[in-house]
Design a protein around this ligand. Sequence first.
Ligand SMILES: [Zn+2]
Length: 212
Amino acid sequence: MEILSLSVGMMPTNCYLAAQDGRAAVIDPGAEAERILSCLAQKGWQLDMVLLTHGHFDHVGAVNALQKAGARVGVAAADEIFLRDPERAYAGLRLPVGEELHIRPDFVFHGGETLKMGDIRFQVLSTPGHSAGSVCFLCPGVIFSGDTLFCGGCGRTDLFSGSWTEMRASLKKLAALPGDYRVLPGHGEETTLEYERKNNQLMGADDHDFDY
Ligand SMILES: [Zn+2]
């Protein structure tokens, strides 16, 4: 599997293009649809699906354009509400509302599914906390961690449907995965699961209480 990473939009957000045998999945196309499409064209990759780690506006801004270009769009059922409701998608953040919202996904998942694209398997791991429908996508050797796990941190839990208790459980779930993975987060630098187990205090939070 070949992975391209694009930094898109004003946050900015990491958008990943994961391809094999000429077919590509785009994870979290937050903005800049034209750039994403021209990247796919340059590589000669056929757009197959869009996978959303969650429904916040900064991860979904280019979804409608990619869907028009032929992508099947998938999101966790619990985060579908963000796609239908711009107020929720902005999750209380005071930012200008874009017209790209109101997205109709082609399929939803609940966690535990394996999504197939040719020979690639994306395992959907439910990791609520940043939002109720936040998920990570696991491929061999790689985790697309969305806004659940960041390099040295984790996503905020104070927005609509977020939960610090669930976030802690989700980080524990990730820490307990066997072996090491490349971790590709929704914002910031890439990291590895082993590095985070050793250096990210939030991942080994068993014996500590945090004031959140
Ligand atoms: Zn988010």
